[in-house]
Design a binder for this molecule. Structure first.
Ligand SMILES: Cc1cc2nc3c(=O)[nH]c(=O)nc-3n(C[C@H](O)[C@H](O)[C@H](O)COP(=O)(O)OP(=O)(O)OC[C@H]3O[C@@H](n4cnc5c(N)ncnc54)[C@H](O)[C@@H]3O)c2cc1C
Length: 454
C-alpha cells in the first residue's frame, strides 16, 4: 500500500499520515467506535488547491476517496479501507459579515465553533443538536435541529458553496451559478464534490428559552399523543421534539432522577419572552422536571455534548413519518421500556414549520411533506454491548416499518446501500443526472452513493 501513497506527502501541503506513521490509529479514528477502517493514508488538506491535489493524486492511482469533516457519520463514511481520507479539519476558518448577516464557513468547521463565531455578532444558523458534528456532512445531508421549525433545515440557509470537483477544478455554485449542482448539494450528500466553503444566511438570535421537560415513562403514550396533536398548529417560533431519554447520572439533574427512563419534550424558543405555545407545552401533564430556562444558543446547542463524546459504540436507524398513529405510539412505548443502555435513545424531530414550506423538488431533500424525522439510536461505551444496542435499534425500527414513509434521512443512517434510493426519494433520478454530469466516474462514492445516470 505504501507504493500507492508514494509521493502523497509531496503532492499536498498539509500533514499526511500513513500506516507506518506514529499517530495513524488516532488519525483514522471516527466518532463511532463501532467502525474500524484502515485507510492507506489521511491527508489534512489546507486549502482548495490542496484538496484538488489530493483528489488528483487519488484518481490517478485508483485510490478510493473518503471526505471527512467532523467524522460523525454513523456508518463511518468519513473513512475508507485502503483508500485516501481527505480530512478537512485544518480548513476551519469562519468569517462573519454581520451587516449582510452572512457567514463563510470552511468545510472542516465543527458546529460549536461556528455557533460561537456567529453568536458574538448576535446571529445564529440552524444546525444539529451536538456541537462536535461537522458542518460538511450535516449540511450536505440536510441538517435537522432545535430550530428547524423556526428557520428551516441547514440547507435552507445555504446561500453559496465552493466545491472541488472530481477533475480537481474549483467552482462556486448558488441559485445563479452551477444551479443543478447547488440544487443537488442541498440534501444529496458528498456525491458531487468536496465542499471547501459554505456561505450561510444568519438569523438575528442570541438567546433562547430552552431545555427538556421530562415526563414519567408511564405517561409516554399520553405525551406522544399530545405532541402529535399539538405541534402542527403551532407557530414556527416553537422548536419542539420528542425523545425517550434516560436522565444522565450527574448534575444538574437531581439524584433521584438519575438513570430514570423518561419521555421528554425538548423545547426551544428564540428570545426571552415566553410565547403562549411554549407556555402550553410546559404546562402539559405532570412533568418530573421542567428544565426550560434562558440559555445562550451556543450553550444550548452543546448541552448534550458531554453525554455523547466520541468513542462510544453507536448504531442507528432513521425514518420519516407523516402520520403518527396510536398503533405506532404503542410500538414506541414498548421499545422505550426496553432501552438497552442509558445512552440509547429515540428522537422524533418536528420538521414542519419553516422546513415544510420548501417544495419537495426545490432542493434535493425530498421529504418536505414528512412531519417528523425519527431516529432510533443505540449507544454505549462498552464494545461488549454493541450487539445489544444494534439488535434493539433494528428490531425497534423494524416494528415501526408499517407506520413510516418509504425513505429515511441520509444523515441518520449507517452504511446502507440498499436504502439509498429511498433516502433521495422522488429526486433520485435527477440526482443521478447531476451526478453523471459532475462525477461521471463516481470518484466520490464513499457516501450514501448515487450512481451516475447511464
Ligand atoms: C452525536 C451526533 C449527533 C447528531 N445530531 C444530528 C442532528 O441534530 N441533526 C442532524 O441533521 N444530524 C445529526 N447527526 C447526523 C450527522 O448529520 C451525520 O452523521 C453527518 O454525516 C455528520 O457529518 P460530519 O461532517 O461530522 O461527518 P463525516 O463523517 O466527516 O462526513 C459524513 C459524510 O459527508 C461527507 N462530507 C463531509 N464533509 C464534506 C464536504 N465538505 N464535502 C463533501 N462531502 C463531505 C463525507 O464524505 C461523508 O460521506 C448527528 C450525528 C451524531 C454522531
Amino acid at each position: 500500500m505504501a507504493v500507492m501513497t508514494e509521493g502523497l506527502a509531496a503532492a499536498v501541503r498539509g500533514r499526511v499520515v500513513e500506516r507506518s506513521d506514529a499517530g495513524y490509529d488516532e488519525a483514522r479514528a471516527l466518532y463511532n467506535a463501532m467502525i474500524d477502517k484502515r485507510p492507506a493514508a489521511i491527508a489534512y488538506c489546507v486549502d482548495d488547491q490542496d484538496v484538488a491535489a489530493a483528489v488528483r493524486f487519488a484518481t490517478e492511482r485508483g485510490l478510493r476517496i473518503a471526505v471527512r469533516s467532523g467524522g460523525h457519520n454513523g456508518g463511518g463514511l468519513g473513512c475508507v479501507d485502503d483508500g485516501l481520507v481527505i480530512d478537512l479539519s485544518a480548513m476551519n476558518r469562519i468569517e462573519v459579515e454581520p451587516g449582510a448577516q452572512l457567514a463563510r464557513v470552511q468545510g472542516g468547521v465543527l458546529l460549536a465553533r461556528m455557533l460561537e463565531a456567529t453568536h458574538v455578532h448576535g446571529l445564529t444558523i440552524p444546525v444539529g443538536i451536538i456541537g462536535t458534528t461537522g458542518i460538511g456532512g450535516l449540511t450536505l445531508g440536510g441538517g435537522i435541529g432545535h430550530l428547524t421549525r423556526t428557520y428551516g433545515l441547514t440547507i435552507d440557509n445555504l446561500v453559496t458553496a465552493k466545491v472541488v470537483l472530481a477533475d480537481g477544478s474549483v467552482v462556486q455554485c448558488d441559485t445563479q451559478r452551477e444551479r443543478d449542482l447547488f440544487w443537488a448539494l442541498r440534501g444529496g450528500g458528498g456525491n458531487f464534490g468536496i465542499v471547501t466553503e459554505f456561505t450561510f444566511r444568519c438569523h438575528p438570535a442570541t438567546t433562547a428559552l430552552a431545555g427538556p421537560v421530562l415526563h414519567d415513562l408511564d405517561d409516554a403514550a399520553d405525551v406522544l399523543r399530545w405532541y402529535r396533536d399539538f405541534v402542527g398548529a403551532q407557530p414556527d417560533e416553537l422548536g419542539i421534539w420528542f425523545g425517550f431519554v434516560s436522565v444522565p447520572p450527574g448534575p444538574p439533574f437531581p439524584e433521584e432522577l438519575h438513570l430514570r427512563k423518561t419521555a421528554a419534550l425538548v423545547l426551544t424558543q428564540v428570545g426571552e419572552e415566553e410565547s403562549p405555545a411554549l407556555r402550553e407545552a410546559r404546562a402539559f401533564g405532570k412533568p418530573l422536571l421542567d428544565g426550560v430556562g434562558p440559555l445562550p444558543l451556543p450553550v444550548w446547542n452543546t448541552a448534550f455534548d458531554a453525554v455523547y463524546p466520541a468513542g462510544d459504540q453507536w448504531y442507528w436507524r432513521g425514518d420519516f413519518v407523516e402520520e403518527l398513529s396510536d398503533a405506532a405510539i404503542d410500538v414506541h412505548v414498548e421499545y422505550a421500556e426496553r432501552m438497552p443502555t442509558w445512552k440509547s435513545t429515540m428522537h422524533l424531530y418536528s420538521i414542519d414549520g419553516a422546513a415544510s414550506r420548501v417544495g419537495n423538488d426545490e432542493t434535493a431533500w425530498a421529504y418536505r411533506d414528512a412531519n417528523w424525522s425519527q431516529v432510533v439510536v443505540g449507544v454505549d461505551p462498552d464494545p461488549a454491548n454493541a450487539a445489544a444496542i444494534t439488535e434493539w435499534s433494528k428490531s425497534y425500527s423494524d416494528a415501526l416499518k408499517p407506520y413510516v414513509m418509504a425513505g429515511g434521512y441520509s444523515n441518520f443512517a449507517m452504511d446502507e446501500p440498499d436504502r439509498v434510493r429511498g433516502m433521495y426519494g422522488a429526486n433520485y433520478e435527477r440526482l443521478a443526472q447531476v451526478k453523471a454530469h459532475y462525477d461521471p466516474e463516481n470518484v466520490f462514492r464513499v457516501n450514501q452513493n448515487i450512481k451516475p445516470a447511464e
